[in-house]
Design a protein around this ligand. Structure first.
Ligand code: NAD
Length: 264
């Protein structure tokens, strides 16, 4: 039986490299895939991939940090398709305007000149975005008696080696570290009603995000990676699929890091 048969899955940032790979895996395993992204065109491409795998889904274009829009998305999905039982909090950026990353200054100087707005924007996308989606999912899963309805559910947050070990800019590493606390707390509080929460912490993965990083930096990271290469989005998607499905039915509050050995 397909691993995600009859599951309704929301993937945020579904139009990007990792989001597309996760959507393809979920579609192969029978899920109805809600492709959420800021970029409607990219999310629509992902929906085509889902359909190409013989499954179905829908596009919802909005900012993941726009709470009313996220609530609207979950309400619309529930009304037209049913309750969401798989959520992948994946939408993210590694830099925002005003964070000092465009400067040729040292890393410590970049931290010293980071603006309030850029700091808050990074946390807003990664942490508030994950919270708004998770809360909306839980609302639909919980009935009036405050017990989860009779089905298991899985939340997967895409953190990073930045969250595990401090790689990356300050605001990004802080947001990604925050997601680790987020899944651990949900795991403790919701485990008794069959809701699991885990994180995937990718290393350097070949997507649009890393294509924007200067080549000499990627080469340097590749050199210190024991496996001697960057990862593919599908290698992250396999870990997400494992955590999203019942293959990982006794795994909660954990972090899996497909990173080629960069962080051990
Ligand atoms: N690529 C890597 O090396 C790497 C490593 C560790 C973690 N990650 C994380 O993986 C996730 C996916 O990144 P990717 O590598 O696929 O990058 P990507 O740039 O290819 O995809 C990111 C997607 O998120 C969307 N997005 C950005 N801000 C959004 C917002 N506010 N609301 C909704 N959608 C938004 C973008 O439109 C894009 O489609 C991110 O959270 C990223 O931090 C990536």
């Amino acid at each position: 039986m397909p691993l995600l048969e009859n599951r309704i899955a929301v993937i945020t940032g579904a139009g990007g490299g990792i989001g597309k790979a996760v959507a393809a895996q979920f579609a192969k395993e029978g899920a109805f895939v809600v492709c959420q992204d800021l970029n409607q065109e990219a999310a629509t491409e992902t929906l085509e991939i889902v359909k190409g795998e013989g499954s179905d889904g829908m596009v919802f274009a909005c900012d993941v940090a726009n709470r009313p829009a996220i609530d609207e998305m979950f309400e619309a999905v529930q009304k037209d398709h049913g309750v969401v039982t798989v959520l992948v909090n994946n939408a993210g950026v590694d830099k925002v305007a005003g964070d000092g990353s465009d400067e040729t200054e040292s890393a410590v100087k970049q931290m010293a000149i980071m603006s309030d707005e850029s700091w808050l924007k990074m946390l807003d996308i990664h942490l508030n975005g994950a919270f708004y989606c998770t809360r909306a999912m839980l609302r639909a899963l919980i009935d009036e008696k405050n017990e989860a309805k009779n089905q298991s559910a899985s939340i997967v947050c895409i953190s990073s080696i930045a969250g595990l070990s401090g790689w990356g800019p300050l605001h990004y590493a802080t947001a990604k570290g925050g997601l680790l606390g987020f899944v651990r707390s949900i795991a403790r509080m919701a485990g008794s009603v069959g809701i699991r929460a885990n994180a995937v912490c990718p290393g350097v993965i070949d997507t649009g995000m890393t294509k924007a990083v200067p080549k000499h930096m990627i080469d340097g990271l590749q050199m210190i990676t024991p496996m001697g290469r960057v990862g593919e989005a599908d290698e992250v998607a396999q870990a997400v699929l494992y955590l999203a499905s019942e293959q990982s039915s006794f795994v909660t509050g954990q972090a899996i890091s497909p990173n080629g050995g960069l962080v051990i």
